[in-house]
Design a binder for this molecule. Sequence first.
Ligand code: NI
Length: 136
Amino acid sequence: MVYLTRVEHFNAAHRLYNPEWSAAKNEEIFGKCANKNWHGHNYELFVTVKGNPDPETGFLIDAKILSRIINTHVLEEVDHLNLNEDVTFMKGKLCSTENLAIGIWNQLSGKLPPSVHLHCIKLYETPQIFVEYYGD
Ligand code: NI
């Protein structure tokens, strides 16, 4: 089994806000992230897949093909957009990095060639904070 990681980058705006709570409680829990006029992040996305190299190419997956799949199903859905307002797969969810990583996993799940398996979504919200999701 070999693991291959493709690194991608996107920018997006969001707001952390629970509509079930008062403004004061949102402010207390989410701080500046509850700012009603939104704020943005430069996200770094690490998509790791696993499987065995194809005997004819030596590749697990052609990295260009993996990049195209990530572009189509993730980057075109989120880049330069507002996660709360514009992104179909985040509708009705709190737009935390945790939920975004799970949403990205679900976007990619089932889109890879049959011999390639999704292993991990690692998503950096800032250089200091990242989330990993392994599908369970
Ligand atoms: Ni934020």
